[in-house]
Ligand binder design. Structure first.
Ligand code: AMP
Ligand code: MG
Length: 424
């Protein structure tokens, strides 16, 4: 008997749920091999190993104030009306290597950061003293160790100060310098080669001929990649010609750790990208059940991971944020729970619709009110309307199974701006 087709056709084999696409991309990528990076280039990179302090921080007991180093027992009775005179036996500056010895009945003038001289066990701030020639009148009693910063009180030698997987921020860079590291083992920033495809494209600054449009995607994507912590470079505007694409993709794959291309991945007449990518390696063209940004391609081309994005700028923007950014962060060594942007819950300020079976990412502005956050659409949501992205604080996520949401309904919003993290 001839087999019969099922009454309801299954999904076409190239259609894949958003979550599955995300998993399929991430599982093929590994963090770039670690290397030792000079401290001045390491901001934003992810530590590949725990870093332990080689030295105590601070390295020696030192003064927390400008004042006098003395023996606390000598000034036990000191007060405003009962100053205690001590003989000034010397001076200690920050950086002094030769230190006076503080004997009973004496004190040493000391500056903030100056090493506590032998014999002294405390410091009295200069404001609580008066000097007269070689004598200092101390008007304050001080506990043993008072106004002294102890060796190792910030960090003890041997303690782990920064853990593997940590992205280096300014405070971590300061800490690394404090504990004597001038190089750190990090995953390097991925180098992202960005190409665009299309006969209609001209660069900004060039005259616009009939039927031509500006190549915005390669600029947009390079900027998004840089904002994600990668090193991006534009690497060709390719014509819709199989030979040009072959050469362009091969060059990009040779130059970058990751290739981003836009355009030509849908079903148009001159959409050669898919075909050429399939020749170049194990690249799969698929349709991801998302809106915008359904047609995409991903795989390893000439040994380098490659992501093919749709041509519409808004689709590029959204697919980058939701799928490419986590991929680049995986290469950069971020741990699994730090791949995605943070989300908040907001209530919709207006009703929205969404196609059945596709997760929608709507560009929204967020307003903070007494009842929490309200998400409002940034205007028309067409995939050619780049202004909808310019105004966006976030992407409101409408799940695949949901086709409409009423005003005031709760939605998750992916935060696009780091300065919005406070709304969490
Ligand atoms: P495609 O995916 O190549 O069919 O392109 C879909 C739409 O996106 C078309 O309107 C293209 O003109 C437009 N497009 C493609 N590439 C770019 C680009 N680099 N910058 C701006 N728009 C583009
Ligand atoms: Mg095209």
């Amino acid at each position: 008997m001839t087999p019969r087709f099922p009454a309801t056709a299954p999904n076409p084999p190239d259609l894949i749920a958003f979550e599955q696409a995300r998993e399929a991309v991430l599982e093929r990528l590994r963090p770039l091999p670690p290397r030792r990076m000079p401290l001045n280039e390491a901001l934003g990179c992810v530590l590949a190993e725990d870093v332990a302090a080689a030295e105590d921080l601070p390295p020696f007991d030192n003064s927390a104030m400008d004042g006098f180093a003395l023996r606390s027992a000598d000034v036990r009775e000191a007060g405003d009306t009962s100053p205690v005179p001590l003989r000034v036996a010397g001076e200690v500056f920050a950086g002094s290597a030769k230190l006076p010895t503080v004997a009973q009945g004496t004190a040493a003038r000391i500056m903030t950061g100056g090493p506590l001289p032998p014999g002294a066990d405390a410091v009295v701030p200069v404001e609580q003293t008066a000097t007269d020639g070689d004598t200092v009148q101390v008007r304050m009693a001080v506990a043993e160790r008072g106004f002294v910063r102890a060796a190792g009180e910030d960090v003890r030698a041997g303690t782990v100060v920064l853990e593997r997987g940590r992205a280096l921020d300014p405070a971590s860079i300061g800490m690394l310098a404090s504990v004597g590291r001038h190089e750190v083992p990090v995953h390097p920033r991925p180098r992202v080669a960005v190409v665009s495809t299309g006969d209609e494209l001209v660069d900004p600054g060039d005259p616009l001929g009939p039927g031509q449009i500006r190549d915005s995607n390669s600029w947009l994507l390079a900027a998004q990649a840089e904002a994600a912590g990668a090193e991006a470079f534009r690497c060709g505007r390719l014509h819709d010609d199989p030979e040009a694409l072959r050469r362009g993709f091969a060059l990009a794959a040779a130059d970058g750790d990751f290739v981003l291309t836009s355009g030509g991945v849908s079903v148009g007449e001159r959409d050669y990208t898919k075909q050429v990518l399939a020749e170049l390696g194990d690249v799969r063209a698929w349709r991801v059940a998302m809106q915008p940004g359904m047609p995409q391609a991903f795989g390893i081309a000439a040994g380098t991971p490659l992501f093919g994005l749709p041509g519409n700028p808004v689709s590029c923007f959204v697919v980058f944020e939701m799928l490419v950014r986590p991929a680049l962060r995986r290469l950069a060594g971020f741990p699994d729970d730090r791949l995605d942007r943070p989300r908040v819950v907001a209530r919709l300020g207006e009703p929205v619709r969404s196609p059945k079976g596709r997760v929608s990412f709507l560009r929204v502005v967020l307003e903070v009110g007494d009842e929490g956050l309200t998400a409002l659409l940034t205007g028309p949501q067409g995939s050619g309307v780049l202004s909808s992205c310019v105004a966006a604080d976030g992407l409101a996520v409408v799940p695949a199974a949901t086709t409409e949401l009423a005003v005031r309904a709760e939605v998750e919003v992916v935060l696009l701006r780091e300065d919005l993290a406070w709304v969490r």
